[in-house]
Design a protein around this ligand. Structure first.
Ligand SMILES: [Cu+2]
Length: 70
């Protein structure tokens, strides 16, 4: 059974931003699916088992943005 965790990401403005976030978050082990929108700032990460929020927040930070769990 998969789990979806959602976050609000600030600082994204276009498709390149979305790609940067997707690229970093996809490197977290166990991530199955990512939805990310620059227009809404919403990031949804679907995983086989829950992952640490810190792992997602760190990945988004590495992409150059800030995420808060929602
Ligand atoms: Cu951008």
């Amino acid at each position: 059974m998969s789990t979806t965790q959602t976050y609000t990401v600030t600082g994204m403005s276009c498709g390149h931003c979305e790609s940067a976030v997707r690229s970093e978050v996809s490197q977290i082990p166990g991530v199955d699916h990512i939805e990310v929108s620059a227009s809404t700032g919403r990031l949804a990460v679907t995983t086989e088992a829950p992952v640490e929020d810190a792992a997602v927040i760190t990945a988004v930070d590495e992409a150059g943005y800030q995420a808060v769990r929602t």
